[in-house]
Every structure is written in structure tokens, then in C-alpha cells.
Design a protein around this ligand. Structure first.
Ligand code: SF4
Length: 286
């Protein structure tokens, strides 16, 4: 019997990632300039390989000083620190800034409140490039926390500004905010969790609740995809995580007990990878 496949709404590329990929692909096979992305453009090896086939390669920060006016540098949707931006500008390379507008809004809020004397608190992962970029907008003075446990005993008169990594879970943001509010009198809080993340997470949960097997597609190092895996597992114990159709455990999927199969995908997963997974499942169940 053919399997029923339910694709979650809002699976795959979000607005900011699609924008960044579109900005980079304008430079496919470009002659006369070297096209670089600062770090992998998105957390998806299939996309990175396709970009490389068209002459677009990732460089790391250690290579910035060897750039010159013949280089194009695409800043990815996570954004970067102003210090790094200035370092690239000095090389005279052309900067294509694909920072997601939602992330750029956080940069502005942080800059403004830092100037007004607020201690910035970022709810998120201190090693994530987006968080590193945000921190640069307050001279790297932010306190970065996941759950509030690392927060110091602030002076109650210290003004605090709380923002969040765009992909953070709402429960973590609320937990940190509760701790800050219990210790300080003046708190400016901005829930900067991106709605693309929220709607993707909600639709993944809704699908995972009604299927026998849930498949989450995305890069193994993509934090938003890993969160979709967590959420799917909480709602469907049979959840598997693959990067593309080549990783599908076809023997498992073919089992009779798995008639309804749900699919969702992280923000860095292009449509053609999702379609490849669906086609592969259809081919074993028809
Ligand atoms: S998840 Fe949201 S903030 Fe992040 S790149 Fe996508 S649209 Fe922008």
C-alpha cells in the first residue's frame, strides 16, 4: 500500500536564508572576480557543494586580509560584528551583505541600548555566529545565556536589555527574562525569536503528532534543524534525522507499521532536497 506523506507547512528555507542564497547565486560562474562567502553560506552541504560547482567558495576569517578589490564577499544571513565588517571593507573587496533583516534589527536594538547604558543579555548559544555577530554590536560586552543560570547578581539599578538569538526557544527566553526581572528594576526586553522559526516548529509538532514516522531533513550542524528534531521526537518517538535522500533508512521506512510519514525540514534545506526525499519514499511505497 502506498504510504501517505504529510509535508509540514513552512518546511525548508526561511525568508532570510532564501534571500542570502538568491544574493549569492547572482554571482554564479562570475568572471573577473573571486566570489567568496564568509563561512559556509548556510548549514547545508548540498547547497555548499552546488555553490562551489559555480565558483563560490567559503573563506574563513583568517583569510580576510588576503582579499582585494577583485573579491566579492557575501555576508551570510547570521550577520557579523561591525569590527569584522570594517576589516573586510579595508581590503576593498565588494561586500554583499545578506544579513537577514530580522537579525539586522537586533543589531540596531543592541547598539541603541548599549549606547544608553544598558547591560545587554543575549539568550542563545555563545558559539553561534549569529550570537557572536550580535555581541559585536555592544563591543562584545553581552552576557550570553541559555537558561539564566549563568547570570550574575546584578546591581538592582543596572539597566538590562534582553534580546534573543532568532532561533532560540521561547521557553528559554521567558526563563531568562523571569530571572532578570526578579533581580533588576529596569528591563528592556525584546522577544527577537523569528516567527519563521516558531511557525516551522509549530507545524513540525502538529505533523509529528499525527504520523507513524517523522523525517526531519537538514544539515547535521544546523541548530534550527536540531531543534526540529527535538520537537518532533517529543511528539513522535519514531523520528529520524537525515541530510538528504541518500541518508534515508529505506528498510525502516518500508516497514508496514509506518503508513503515515511526516516530513519537515530546517531553514537551510532547499526545496530540491525535500523533493528528493519525497520522491525516494514514493518510489519504495508505490
Ligand atoms: S530564521 Fe528568521 S531570522 Fe533567521 S535567517 Fe531565517 S528569516 Fe531570518
Amino acid at each position: 500500500m502506498a504510504k501517505e506523506i504529510i509535508l509540514a507547512e513552512n518546511a525548508g528555507f526561511c525568508f532570510g536564508v532564501k534571500r542570502a542564497v538568491d544574493m549569492a547565486t547572482q554571482y554564479y560562474d562570475c568572471e573577473g572576480v573571486r566570489v567568496n562567502t564568509l563561512g559556509p553560506l548556510i548549514h547545508n552541504n548540498d547547497v555548499i557543494n552546488r555553490l562551489a560547482e559555480h565558483g563560490i567558495h567559503a573563506i574563513d576569517q583568517g583569510q580576510i586580509d588576503s582579499l582585494d578589490q577583485n573579491d566579492v564577499v557575501v555576508i551570510r544571513s547570521h550577520g557579523i560584528t561591525p569590527q569584522l565588517h570594517a576589516q573586510i571593507a579595508q581590503t576593498q573587496a565588494r561586500i554583499v551583505d545578506a544579513t537577514c533583516p530580522y537579525v539586522a534589527t537586533i543589531h540596531k536594538k543592541v547598539e541603541r541600548h548599549y549606547r544608553l547604558g544598558y547591560q545587554i543579555v543575549i539568550v542563545g548559544d555563545q558559539s553561534h555566529p549569529e550570537v557572536i555577530g550580535i555581541n559585536g554590536h555592544c563591543d562584545n560586552t553581552a552576557i550570553i545565556t541559555r537558561d539564566g543560570s549563568e547570570l550574575p547578581d546584578f546591581d538592582p539599578d543596572q539597566k538590562i536589555c534582553v534580546v534573543s538569538q532568532t532561533t532560540e526557544r521561547l521557553a528559554n527566553f521567558e526563563r531568562v527574562l523571569a530571572v532578570v526581572k526578579s533581580r533588576c528594576r529596569e528591563v528592556a526586553a525584546f522577544n527577537t525569536i523569528c516567527s519563521a522559526t516558531k511557525t516551522r516548529q509549530e507545524s513540525a509538532a502538529a505533523v509529528a503528532q499525527i504520523v507513524d514516522l517523522m523525517i526531519v531533513i537538514g544539515g547535521k550542524n544546523s541548530s534550527n534543524t536540531k531543534k526540529l528534531v527535538e520537537i518532533s521526537k517529543a511528539n513522535c518517538s519514531n523520528t529520524i534525522f537525515v541530510e538528504n535522500s541518500l541518508e534515508l533508512p529505506l528498510d525502516l521506512i518500508a516497514q508496514e507499521q509506518f503508513q503515515k510519514i511526516g516530513i519537515t525540514a530546517g531553514a537551510s534545506t532547499p526545496d530540491w532536497v525535500i523533493e528528493g526525499v519525497i520522491e525516494q519514499i514514493q518510489s519504495i511505497s508505490s
